[in-house]
Design a protein around this ligand. Structure first.
Ligand code: OOG
Ligand code: NI
Length: 484
């Protein structure tokens, strides 16, 4: 007979670390690294936690509708920037070990207010249960040296040679990452080693920066210099999540931290929180060492890293996204026509006219993504006459209107290209030089899939699948089909 202490799942879990736990531990490690490098980040985290506590005591359980307090407190997104397809592929191995997969394709090369010579994706967990444990995600950009609007042939060649010659991730880290991907876990010794190496790979390097090379790239784009001007990579920012970003903005200003002019994304208004609102402050310049053409090394400073914070709302369906784009465009028009007014004065009114005022309408009009559960009483066999009628018709809108189905909002887990471009631009000292006469290099989602050798998920498909799965489960409970 086997003793209960023989090697079983429990004994195994004492000596192994799952991808999920590895992700949570990596996010925490990166947070303490970034806090030691950028002290203002620590202030931002402290203020974010104060804001979240205030929202909790003001709104109680309702505050957790878009994520539990534990999730939101630990929640971060990072941003990194790499130089080549090879480096991007390595990043996908490092994050694959953490159960994070590419999701979304963003092209920032023709973005307003400033074009950035990169295309991006985000690595993140996809499953609801994984997101609930730790939703750590990393916005990852890759440079496009072939894009003639930014780089001429000569600079492209030198840039590629520089990037090919460097090694961002040591082979030992990549081997551990591959092992974690293959097994879904690592031994605890391997996990510790992985975490040390992975965290170190994103630390700011003390290596001197080649002043001439960095400056040449900086004339084209500050982001190009940050990526291709140095032999290492680093975390660009790490972003906590808050439940009330207007409170956060005011609290940071009150502490004397100067924020960018606006909160990006939807305005503060009386209706439901949707998608993503973000704001940032410029980090103080950081000491960096520079190597000069004569070989001498001096102390200098660079300002590339900053603090950002975000609030997340309900994910929008493609129709909801169209509506969002329409109200955003209308707000833009009115802001342009009334330069004496601020966006915050104008946008709430535009939204009140063009966007559903409640979460329920967002759901019944098919503009937001929701997961559905069957009302307890109905599931237990007790239905009111109007519920019976709604069950007969079997439409989602009717079942929601009669409380047969309870819609739970699906949180937006991705990014907004316009906000991303705004965040990039607000932190550039110089807009750089773009030659619009030249064509850009072709880059799209399938290019990225070829580079990564795996599917790049489409955010709206992931939300739609989750919603559909909840409806199938409801159909099973109700014993009838539901039509959208
Ligand atoms: C990434 C900017 C995009 C966001 O939150 O939209 C981003 C970067 O600056 O590298 O992080
Ligand atoms: Ni960000």
């Amino acid at each position: 007979m086997k003793s209960p202490n023989a090697v079983g799942p429990q004994a195994r879990s004492a000596t192994t670390v799952s991808s999920t736990d590895l992700r949570a531990r990596f996010a925490a490690r990166l947070s303490s690294l970034y806090g030691s490098e950028v002290p203002a980040y620590t202030t931002l985290v402290t203020v974010s936690q104060e804001v979240n506590q205030r929202v909790m005591s003001r709104r109680g359980a309702d505050a957790a509708r878009l994520g539990s307090m534990e999730r939101v407190t630990a929640e971060r997104h990072g941003a990194i920037r790499v130089g080549s397809p090879r480096e991007l592929q390595q990043v996908s191995r490092v994050f694959g070990a953490l159960g994070m997969f590419p999701c979304g394709f963003y092209d920032l090369r023709d973005a307003a207010p400033a074009p950035i010579p990169v295309v991006s994706t985000a690595f993140r967990p996809l499953d609801r249960a994984e997101l609930a444990v730790n939703p750590f995600r990393v916005f990852t950009s890759v440079l496009v040296p072939e894009d003639r609007r930014f780089f001429d042939v000569d600079l492209e060649g030198r840039l590629k040679r520089f990037i090919e010659a460097r090694e961002l991730f040591p082979p030992e880290l990549l081997a551990l990452a591959d092992r974690a991907v293959a097994h879904g876990e690592l031994s605890s010794a391997d996990a510790d080693r992985y975490l040390d190496l992975a965290t170190a790979a994103f630390a700011l390097s003390p290596e001197p920066v080649d002043r001439t090379w960095y400056a040449e790239l900086e004339r084209v784009s500050g982001v190009a210099a940050d990526i291709g001007g140095v032999t290492t990579t680093h975390i660009n920012h790490l972003t906590p999540r808050v439940l009330d970003i207007d409170d956060l903005y005011a609290s940071m200003q009150a502490r004397g931290v100067e924020m960018i002019d606006e909160i990006q994304g939807p305005p503060r208004w009386d209706g439901p929180d949707v998608l993503l609102r973000q704001t940032s402050f410029r980090a103080l310049s950081e000491p960096r060492r520079f190597r000069h053409p004569d070989g001498s090394v001096t102390e200098g400073a660079l300002r590339v890293r900053f603090g950002e914070v975000e609030a997340r709302g309900v994910a929008l369906t493609p129709a909801g996204r169209d509506r969002f784009d329409a109200v955003t465009a209308e707000a833009d028009r009115r802001v342009a026509a009334n330069p004496e007014l601020s966006r915050a004065d104008i946008a709430p009114e535009v939204w009140a006219q063009g966007f559903p005022a409640t979460e329920r309408e967002l759901c019944t009009q098919g503009l937001g993504f929701f997961a559905f559960t069957v009302d307890d009483a109905v599931a237990g066999g007790t239905a009111a006459p109007e519920q019976v009628a709604a069950l007969g018709r079997g439409t989602v809108a009717g079942l929601v209107a009669t409380d047969v189905l309870r819609p739970e909002p699906i949180v937006y887990e991705d990014f907004l290209p316009r906000s991303a471009a705004g965040i990039f631009a607000s932190n550039l000292t110089d807009r750089g030089a773009v030659d619009a006469e030249h064509g850009g290099a072709e880059r799209d989602l399938s290019w990225m899939e070829d580079v990564l050798g795996q599917e790049v998920n489409v955010p709206e498909d992931i939300y739609a699948q989750e919603s559909a799965a909840s409806l199938s489960a409801a159909e099973a409970v109700l014993g009838r089909t539901i039509s959208p």
